[in-house]
Design a protein around this ligand. Structure first.
Ligand code: AKG
Length: 258
């Protein structure tokens, strides 16, 4: 669970970074599954940024009996999300963000609810948790956020590259008032952020990959209308706390990308 100070920070800023949520051994196991053939490879798609750089991700809405399912249902993520939303939640989707060294593209300024409004969610009662798989730094394109922007309400979003981005003039005005925080994050840390928190990340021109696993949840009171939305609105069966450590067998990390 989050401390009262962490909850207060989230309510004030729209995000909170929690260090050491997962051990380096757990992250090593997760990365070994990212880099071998399988689920990630099969689901990887590209959403190029405004400059045409490749921004790759692998996204799914179901929870399977694999290491990714173990993270998406980890009590270390789900309990804090329940705490932040003040009610039970369900899995919306999860995605591996594959920002490759030297060529990984940017993510334009947006609110996740800018995407998910169109999926029929009536309230922005969604929380994302970004788990750093590599150390995320300014140089390799860590997430940057506008603190306090979750209180602005939803902005209109349009096309920026192949992505959904908010009106750039309006975002510039917000940044002038609220500033920008670069969320440099050690591997194993978890960044919880609100569905309306403005966030973006820059291209990765460095020599180091910046990969992350993002799990997103919706409040059970906020199931989209008309059968729309992501994920099945069922309560989450929590994984045992040591579940990730059970996924080691025969898996060796390989250089990535192959
Ligand atoms: O991985 C990133 O840098 C950006 C992620 C993001 O913007 C999102 O998941 O909405």
């Amino acid at each position: 669970m989050l401390t009262p100070e962490q909850v207060k920070a989230y309510e004030r800023d729209g995000f909170v970074l929690v260090p050491d949520v997962f051990s380096l051994r757990e992250i090593e196991i997760l990365l070994s599954h990212v880099t071998r053939d399988g689920r990630v490879t099969k689901h990887t798609g590209d959403m190029p940024d405004a400059a045409g750089r490749s921004s790759k991700l692998a996204l799914w809405m179901d929870i399977r009996d694999d290491v990714f399912g173990a993270v998406s249902t980890s009590p270390r993520i789900v309990e804090p999300v329940r705490q932040l939303l003040g009610e039970d939640v369900y899995h919306w989707h999860s995605k591996v963000m594959l920002k490759e060294a030297r060529v990984g593209g940017a993510w334009e300024w947006h609110q996740d609810y800018g995407y998910w409004y169109g999926d029929g969610a009536l309230y922005p009662r969604l929380v994302s948790c970004m788990v750093a798989l590599d150390p995320a730094t300014k140089a390799n394109g860590c997430l940057k956020v506008i603190p306090g922007s979750h209180l602005l309400g939803r902005f209109d979003h349009g096309r920026v590259g192949q992505q959904s981005g908010a009106d750039q003039e309006r975002v510039a005005a917000v940044i002038e008032r609220l500033g920008v925080t670069y969320c440099e994050a050690p591997a194993g840390s978890a960044l919880f952020f609100h569905g309306n928190t403005f966030h973006a990340s820059e291209a990765n021109l460095s020599e180091r990959h910046r990969r992350a696993y993002i799990c997103c949840y919706n409040a059970l009171s906020n199931v989209p209308y008309g059968g729309k939305g992501h994920g099945r609105p069922d309560p989450i069966a929590l994984a045992p706390d040591d579940a990730i450590l059970g996924f080691t067998a025969g898996v060796a990390a390989r250089p990535w990308p192959q």
